[in-house]
Design a protein around this ligand. Structure first.
Ligand code: SAM
Length: 250
């Protein structure tokens, strides 16, 4: 699957799940209403979540700081933020979360890790979180539970030598082990796939063929069966649980 296919499928995938909308609602609720917001997002990508949060959070203006290892995503996010009247300033760095002690990172009220901390193993991830707690009054971390949907992602992390990635249960265990107080809420999102419509490539995407070399021969019926196996079929749709756990620390 090339990058164009990936981006097209990812956009379609995002349109079939209510996860981002529900995560934005939960995060906005945690942040609450006030005049101005200062926010840092670790692993911001090109800001798919962050841009929706900025638009919806009940604050007059936002000062946004972000970092990601993907330089192209960083450039794209910078360009988008520059156009937004609600954003009174921004700084987006090509850097790793592991560089959280980097002095270019300014302390802000909120530190956000949305679907990014699970890229790190427990030891490194907890070191990052501890340092981030020195920089921010409150941290909000959204990570999925380890389930069949993200199993192949976990396998690819294992192949990269990442030990005990911080999916939801491991994160809760680690926070408890280190005596860090937190609250968490499960965002019960789901993916709704109309059985009649999906393109072949989208089905592959959903079954995470994108993590493997393109095999070409997988039949549509076989893919539909695999997708149906991830959820329940009703009224011409497959409904696949797509939960995420939102942790609030501090
Ligand atoms: C699933 S995306 C989430 C992007 C964004 N937060 C959102 O929800 O739209 C995960 C992001 O984490 C980034 N990432 C992974 N490991 C990272 C690291 N060590 N430091 C910084 N960013 C990292 C990836 O490049 C990717 O952009």
């Amino acid at each position: 699957m090339d990058e164009l296919d990936y981006n097209t499928c990812n956009a379609t995938f995002r349109s079939l799940t209510d996860q981002q909308r529900l995560m934005v609602e939960e995060t906005s609720r945690l942040i609450g209403a006030d005049a101005d917001l200062e926010l840092t997002s670790y692993g911001c990508g090109f800001g798919m979540f962050e841009l929706e949060l900025i638009a919806r959070v009940p604050r007059r203006t936002v000062w946004f700081q972000g970092l990601d290892t993907n330089g192209e995503a960083v450039e794209r996010l910078r360009a988008t933020l520059a156009e937004l009247p609600k954003v009174r300033g921004h700084r987006v760095l090509t850097a790793s979360m592991a560089d959280v002690a980097d002095l270019r990172i300014t302390p802000t009220e909120y530190g956000l890790f949305v679907q990014s901390l699970c890229y790190l193993g427990a030891d490194e991830g907890m070191a990052v979180l501890k340092e981030a707690r020195n920089r921010h009054r409150r941290l909000i971390v959204a990570v999925p539970p380890l389930n069949r949907l993200n199993g192949p992602f976990a396998e690819s992390l294992a192949r990269q030598g990442i030990v005990r990635p911080l999916f939801a249960r491991t994160l809760a265990e680690e926070l408890t082990r280190f005596g860090v107080e937190f609250r968490s809420a499960t965002v019960g999102a789901e993916i709704t796939v109309p059985v009649s419509e999906p393109a072949h490539r989208l089905l592959e995407f959903l079954t995470f063929a994108r993590h493997q070399p393109w095999r070409g021969g997988t039949g549509r019926a076989e893919l539909l069966d695999a997708v149906a196996g991830l959820g329940t079929v009703s009224a011409g749709c497959v409904r696949i649980p797509h939960p995420v756990e939102v942790f609030s620390i501090g």
